[in-house]
Design a protein around this ligand. Structure first.
Ligand SMILES: [Zn+2]
Ligand SMILES: [Zn+2]
Length: 266
């Protein structure tokens, strides 16, 4: 006797089949240089592109992580970059994985258009290594991502920081609080395409969501790129005012001034 399917059963079967096909990974090109990858599902970037990311190594500012070369004769307790000599950030310290240039900058821009989970996991691993290297100074109770203004978040449908923030929280076994910070003021239109975080655009632009509690917590504040530090500073200020014990900045990349020899002020 022939087996009869209702049209809805067949529809569901076809739907499941197409879902299964969509999740199979075919060889594909590196998202940055098109070199063919055997398994683009694992990580859609080739080894050459990954190796070209420039890490921020020793010699960067002890406070804000600004890359540079120190005068070895300069007293250690004054070994801060010109920014940190001029003013005090509201975060205790900040660290970044690499320089915001070349392929790393392009990889970060990809997140603004697409949630590439394997790349997010890869960045999370690098950031976890960074935290573990300075485990004591970067010890935190909770991870808080810098938020987008809700209007922009809604247009995009996600916050790009969550793509590496969630796996980072899992790796560090810390709670992740994606909705704690709110942006009360959007970026001014004229600054939307800029990455240099003008201070006047972010000053007072962040607040803690009503009912959000940060009393006495050590916060690991996460963002994709740090340039002037104005965004991390504005968020840190809001968190500190709400009672946070400390705020530590952590970003995938660091932009701003090119690698320089810090001018020492004696
Ligand atoms: Zn590549
Ligand atoms: Zn500094």
């Amino acid at each position: 006797m022939p087996i009869r399917h209702s049209s809805s059963t067949i529809f569901h079967w076809l739907e499941n089949l197409s879902g299964a096909i969509a999740s199979v990974c075919f060889p594909a090109g590196c998202l940055l240089c098109d070199q063919l990858l055997p398994d683009a599902c694992r990580l859609p970037l080739c080894d050459n592109c990954l190796d070209s990311f420039q890490n921020i190594g020793p010699g960067s500012c002890d406070l804000c992580g600004q890359p540079g070369t120190f005068d070895p004769e300069f007293p250690k307790d004054l070994s801060f970059c010109p920014d940190c000599q001029r003013h005090r950030f509201a975060f205790q310290l900040a660290r970044s994985y690499g320089l915001y240039k070349g392929p790393l900058a392009r990889a970060i821009v990809l997140f603004k258009h697409e949630q590439i989970e394997p790349l997010g996991a890869w960045f999370a691993s690098r950031l976890a290594e960074l935290v573990q290297k300075e485990a004591e100074r970067l010890a935190a109770d909770v991870i808080v991502p810098v938020t987008l203004h809700r209007q922009r978040g809604r247009e995009r449908g996600y916050n790009q920081v969550d793509v590496f923030g969630r796996p980072l929280a899992r790796r560090l076994r810390l709670p992740y609080r994606p909705v704690l910070l709110v942006r009360s003021r959007p970026w001014p239109e004229r600054h939307l395409l800029r990455t240099d975080e003008p201070w006047e655009a972010v000053r007072g632009a962040f607040a803690i969501r009503e009912g959000g509690r940060v009393d006495n917590l050590r916060i690991l504040l996460l963002d994709d790129v740090m340039t002037t530090g104005a965004t991390l500073d504005a968020c840190s200020r809001a968190l500190r005012e709400a009672g946070a014990k400390s705020v530590l900045g952590l970003t995938v990349a660091r932009a701003g001034r090119p690698v320089t020899t810090f001018v020492t002020q004696r």
